[in-house]
Design a protein around this ligand. Structure first.
Ligand SMILES: Nc1ncnc2c1ncn2[C@@H]1O[C@H](COP(=O)(O)OP(=O)(O)OP(=O)(O)O)[C@@H](O)[C@H]1O
Length: 247
């Protein structure tokens, strides 16, 4: 079966760095998957998502969308963005319009939706992320957790088939976290795929069908959570022993 999105032997080194942030990373991503990416700070999780979303272009290897290599022309990236959405680690990197409404509507309008369709997409995404009450607010005047939910709504408004999320639940209160996970589940139930980079082991254990373990830029495992949890060497690459107590 053709993967929805795939990384093939992808490497990327940031300018000026000695070591690559991502090295020969291969990962097929199928429709309907719940994938969690684990690894220590600097392991390459954000870089993997940036490459998968087309925001950075790998120096080696290729990214495939629906069985065709991504081309980095304007139209190629437009096609990728219609299917793959990235919620960045810091909402301040994502929110740039004056008001919440403008911010959430930017993506759908940019994809070429009519004003009416974009309006509906904004309302739907805002309802999903519980930010309807914030639509008229200036983006700079939101709390951190509110910004995170608005950033998610802005990506959901483009109805991506594959949602990539960097640290989605960090900084959210427990209700917001619960709600965001419900949004992910809904997307998967509708045939979409969600890829989360996180340090939240509890979420990874109970939610993921597949865990990707990154270490120093390399993918060292792609396996169901139970298999990762049962492997002492993989566990050490992710977190210290006390983090695994009770599992
Ligand atoms: N903009 C950048 N410029 C230069 N180096 C970078 C940049 N962003 C990341 N790096 C480097 O690339 C490597 C991988 O970083 P990355 O942000 O992908 O890790 P991460 O696993 O997401 O970490 P964290 O858990 O801290 O978010 C690190 O060594 C980091 O220092």
């Amino acid at each position: 079966m053709t993967a929805l999105l795939a990384l093939e032997a992808v490497s990327y080194r940031f300018p000026g760095n000695q070591t690559p942030a991502l090295q020969a990373a291969s990962l097929p991503i199928a429709a309907g998957q719940r994938i969690v990416v684990l690894g220590r700070n600097g392991a390459g999780k954000s870089t993997l998502l940036l490459v998968a979303s087309g925001i950075i272009r790998p120096q080696q290897g290729r990214v495939w969308l629906h069985g065709a290599p991504v081309d980095y022309s304007r139209s190629g990236l437009h096609r990728l963005r219609r299917h793959v959405g990235l919620v960045m680690q810091s909402p301040d990197d994502q929110l740039f319009s004056a008001s919440v409404w403008q911010d959430i509507s930017f993506g759908p309008l940019n994809l070429g939706l009519s004003a009416a369709a974009a309006r509906q997409a904004v309302l739907d995404a805002a309802a999903m992320c519980d930010v309807t009450d914030l639509l008229d607010r200036p983006t700079h005047a939101l709390s951190g957790g509110q910004k995170a939910r608005v950033a998610l709504a802005g990506v959901l408004a483009m109805r991506p088939q594959c949602l990539l999320v960097d640290e989605a639940t960090a900084g959210l209160d427990l209700w917001a976290r619960h709600q965001v996970v419900q949004v992910f589940d809904r997307l998967v139930a509708e045939g979409g795929t969600v890829v989360l980079a996180t340090h939240d082991l509890a979420l990874a254990r109970r939610w993921a069908d597949l865990v990707v373990v990154l270490h120093e830029g390399r993918i060292v495992a792609v396996a169901p959570p139970a298999q990762v949890w049962a492997d002492p060497e993989l566990r050490m690459l992710i977190a210290p022993p006390e983090a695994w107590e009770g599992w």
